[in-house]
Structures are given as C-alpha cells and as structure tokens.
Write a protein that binds this ligand. Structure first.
Ligand code: PHE
Length: 337
C-alpha cells in the first residue's frame, strides 16, 4: 500500500489541468465516492495494526495534497465574472458622485477668498446657551431679538437656544484667549420666521472676526472691498450705511452695486441699483471685556453675511425656498459649478 501511495503522489504532483473539465475529471478520478482515495481507504481497513498509524497519516497527506492541487489550479479557469475583483475596495469613496449643493459651493468659494487673506475656519455648536448668542454679545436682557418671535428655545432657565446668528462663534473663539484672532465661521442659523421667498427659519451665515493691535475701520473696509472684487468681479461698487448691532460700535451695513442690472435698477435691487449683503462693524469694547481681552490694547472688526443671499445674487435665484426643497431639476444645474 505504501508503494501505491507513493506512486499516486508522484502522479498527481506532475498533473497540470489544461481545462476546467480536465480538472473536474481529475477530482472525480481521485476524490469522488468511487475515486482512488475512497478505494485506498477501503483497502486501509486490511492494513496490519502496527502499520495503521503510518499508513493513515500518509493516506490523509495524499488526500490533502490532491485537494490543494485542485484548489490551486481552479484559479486558472475562473471566468472574469466569478474571479475576485481587482478593484481596491479600501480606497476612499469619491464623495462627488453627484453635484454639490449650491450653498456648499458658495460657502467654499467665500471661505477660499478669506483663507487666502489668512483667515482660518472656526466652528461652534448650533444648539447654544443664552450667554454665547446674546449676553456676551451685549444684548440687553429685554432686547427684542431674544423675544420668542425670533429665537427657538430648546429649554428655558437655563436658556438653551438654537443660535440665531454665527456671532456666537466669535465669543467661543475669543474665550479661548489666543490672540491675534482671524477667523471665519460658516454655519447654520435658526430664526422663528414665516417661510417665504425671502425668508426661512433655517439659513446659513458666514461670520468674520479679526482682532489684533491697531485694527481699524479702514481695515474692515479694505477686507470687504477685496472680497467683493474677488467674488462679484472687479468694478463692483460697495457702499457702507450706518447701522446698529449691540456688539459692534461703529456698525454698518454694506451694499454692493446690483450685479444683475449693473446698477441701472431692476426688481432684484428694487430699482435702487444696490443690494445689501452684510452687517459689520468695529467690535464693541464691552464684548472684548466680556471675553477678558483688553480693549485698550486690542481692537477688532467683525462681519456677518447670509450665504443664501450671496448665492441668490450670484446665480440669480429669486426664491430662497429652492435651496431647501432638494428638487433635482434645480440641484442638477450646479453639476459643473
Ligand atoms: N450677527 C449679525 C446678524 O445676524 C450680523 C453681524 C455680524 C453684524 C458681525 C455685525 C458684525 O444680523
């Protein structure tokens, strides 16, 4: 029996299947119920007891060798469809299987302009406390903006709210105590307003904050002027109108010449030739103090703009609700933007 096993071992080791069928034939010949190995196991029953252990081992070895040969050669005949894929499944997915939302496109473009000026992106929570949204920003306790009509309250006392503006991120960054500060903070904000073509209860803002020694209103104007030229094209005019925010003094709103009619007057600019795009101002010394920054040594400016407003002007969209409806006919228009 030993010789038989050796002989078969030599035979199978030199076996090379030249087709799938030949390999299957080989398997039947050796491993099927009526195959050689089964025969040998039957013979094995007659083996003298002192030889059993050795023969058993050799027989099992032979069986395993044959199985290995079959497994190895099988790969040669696998058709493309059942072959293992040669795609690298560990590669990160290409997240751009589709198109970006216009608000994301606009946010990224605005971020890029300010990043080139040395601003870094900062973030803060959407669910905020009263201190970061109002108190630290110099809103008196009875200020109308705290009123239930504008603010979504999560809990009352302690007041937890959905932030009504990204100015809360100014406070978060100032609290960290690292100066100078040069950040932009894009994010979602919430106000309890009736939804219409011009207003929504959820929208997006980008906040800017720059605090350093000797920062002046001239720096604010130049920074925003540069942004407008980059984003809306050279020759776009800007104008500043006096305004009021509790956390800035001096405060202003900035208009740009209407990029749709070029300033001649149309229904987007309500025939004035100008459209308002942001609020801004010099940081009120009180808010610097609230965050332990010495207003004698440091000054700063801040601005905040609505991303929807900028996107509507850039793409001439006249209904704000379009941004939130996820209508593919609308979204697909931004595929190559
Ligand atoms: N937070 C203000 C708003 O939402 C905008 C603003 C930001 C104004 C920064 C001045 C400075 O209307």
């Amino acid at each position: 029996m030993k010789e038989k096993i050796e002989k078969i071992l030599a035979e199978v080791k030199s076996f090379q299947a030249d087709s799938k069928e030949a390999l299957e034939q080989f398997r039947i010949q050796y491993l099927s119920k009526k195959g050689t190995i089964t025969e040998l196991f039957t013979e094995f029953k007659q083996v003298a007891p002192e030889m059993r252990k050795e023969m058993g081992m050799r027989l099992n070895e032979l069986k395993n060798t044959i199985q290995d040969i079959i497994d190895e050669q099988q790969a040669k005949f696998e058709t493309k469809s059942d072959a293992k894929t040669d795609l690298d499944l560990s590669l990160p997915v290409d997240a751009m299987n589709g198109s970006r939302h216009p608000l994301s496109i606009v946010r990224n473009e605005i971020n890029d302009i300010f990043k080139r000026l040395g601003f870094v992106v900062a973030e803060g929570p959407e669910v905020e406390d009263d201190f970061h949204v109002f108190s630290a920003l110099n809103f008196p306790p009875d200020h109308p903006a705290r009123d239930m009509q504008d603010t979504f309250f999560v809990t009352k006392s302690p007041d937890v709210v959905l932030r009504t503006h990204t100015s809360s991120v100014q406070v978060r960054v100032m609290e960290q105590g690292k100066l100078p500060i040069r950040i932009i903070a894009p994010g979602r904000v919430f106000r309890n307003e009736a939804i219409s073509a011009r207003a929504h209860c959820i929208f997006h803002q980008i906040e800017g904050l720059y605090i350093d020694k000797n920062v002046s209103f001239a720096d604010l104007k130049q920074t925003l002027y540069h942004f407008v030229q980059e984003y809306f094209g050279e020759g776009t005019k800007v104008r500043f109108r006096p305004s009021y925010f509790p956390f800035t003094e001096t405060s202003a709103e900035m208009d740009i010449s209407c990029n749709i009619c070029g300033g001649a007057g149309c229904n987007i600019c309500k025939h004035t030739g100008w459209v308002e795009i942001l609020g801004c101002g010099i940081c009120d010394p009180n808010i610097l103090k609230a965050c332990n920054i010495d207003p004698e040594e440091y000054t700063g400016f801040a601005f905040g703009m609505g991303i929807e407003r900028i996107a509507m002007l850039k793409y001439q969209i006249n209904d704000l609700r379009m941004f939130f409806e996820n209508d593919l006919r609308f979204l697909k228009q931004f595929e190559n933007a």
